[in-house]
Design a protein around this ligand. Structure first.
Ligand SMILES: Cc1cc2nc3c(=O)[nH]c(=O)nc-3n(C[C@H](O)[C@H](O)[C@H](O)COP(=O)(O)O)c2cc1C
Length: 335
């Protein structure tokens, strides 16, 4: 692989989702003495960790895991073999993965579908339409996440949905009563345009405009809600409720490796879904408050550790969230 191909792979990797669009990653090319690039090191950028909601860096690792998966698919789509080694150096916890690039090996049709879905995927916070997610896709997603040692629990009955809805509301309430939470979120909702990170206003949806039993993270914390008196207020039809597919990616362990694997599973799942025209939005609050995460595990009878909760369905917007330029996040190998 040459430097141009490396830049392309890293460009694709940076299209991965990341918590609050923090993009907490860095990449470094590894080359042979003849200049041929044979590997990409993926490093954690701990300066971008969210100290309040993610003190252990669990979501940072998941974000980087998704980027590792996007990079892997980009290498495969170029027709090269690819082997990912997580934590290749036991003494370096910041070196998350080494993506080894090998000889020519034609991509499969599925890999080509996944790479084609990269520009289509986005975090869809708007209301999904009423088309159900096809069973065929759900089966595929279950198989996909199992390939990286994780599991998918699809919420099938009303009781489980109520449990999740209550716990989402509970975690949201706990987090929003913490002024440090509000201030961290506000920082990432109001980043200067030049930083090319954070969540732009057009990617957010006020929860007051979106009817769902599942509480999304409220991202309009500092927007004044007009308070008309009850008499002045025109009677308003509630927006139609949505019925998304809700699922949870979980892992047998709960350590840095498991978080990376959950991120790899997330990256693959989101692209598989986008290839079917299905989008998703994470509802991570419920895993951020330890006591609520424990209640989620017990309440749904999960075996293992829930890492990320997703609502999925057919959406019709496409906000473009910015990404930092490749040159800022990639070290090319020395010539
Ligand atoms: C680990 C992780 C946690 C996330 N948690 C949430 C969340 O709780 N609520 C939400 O609306 N989006 C969440 N997101 C989505 C990010 O905000 C989104 O990926 C980022 O803003 C980039 O936008 P894009 O996915 O449309 O490219 C999460 C993403 C990741 C990877």
């Amino acid at each position: 692989m040459n430097a141009e191909a490396l830049r392309h792979v890293v460009e694709v990797a940076t299209r991965a989702p990341s918590v609050h669009n923090t993009q907490p990653w860095h990449f470094a090319g590894r080359a042979e003495p003849d200049g041929k690039i044979t590997g990409i090191a993926v490093l954690a950028d701990r300066e971008r960790v969210l100290e309040v909601i993610d003190p252990e860096g669990r979501e940072l690792h998941m974000s980087c895991g998704a980027a590792i998966e996007f990079a892997r698919i980009a290498v495969r789509a170029l027709g090269l073999s690819c082997a990912v080694t997580l934590f290749p150096d036991v003494d370096r916890s910041d070196l998350l993965a080494l993506i080894g690039i090998g000889n020519e090996e034609p991509p499969t049709d599925e890999e080509l579908q996944l790479i084609a879905a990269v520009p289509d995927r986005y975090t869809a916070r708007e209301r999904f339409d009423d088309t159900p997610v096809p069973d065929e896709l759900v089966v595929r997603l279950e198989e996909t996440v199992a390939e990286v040692g994780t599991w998918l629990r699809v919420l099938g009955d009303r009781e489980d949905e109520v449990t999740l809805a209550v716990l989402l509301a509970r975690s949201d309430e706990i987090e929003r009563h913490d002024s440090r939470y509000e201030s961290e979120l506000t920082t990432w909702l109001h980043r200067p345009q030049s930083s090319r990170d954070g969540i732009p206003p057009d990617a957010t949806v006020s929860t007051q405009e979106r009817a769902s039993s599942f509480r999304l993270r409220e991202m309009e914390s500092d927007v004044e809600v007009p308070r008309a008196s009850a008499a002045d207020r025109p009677p308003k039809e509630p927006p139609p409720a949505e019925h998304p597919l809700v699922c949870i990616i979980g892992t047998p362990e709960d350590d840095a490796r498991a978080w990376l694997q959950a991120g790899q599973a997330l990256g693959r799942l989101l692209l598989e879904a986008a290839a079917f025209g299905v989008q998703a939005s994470p509802m991570t609050q419920v895993t951020e408050v330890p006591s609520v995460r424990a209640m989620l595990t017990a309440g749904l009878g999960l075996v293992g550790h829930p890492q990320i909760v997703l609502r999925m369905g057919y959406a019709h917007g496409h906000p473009s969230t910015p990404r930092r330029p490749v040159d800022l996040v990639l070290d090319l190998p020395d010539p």
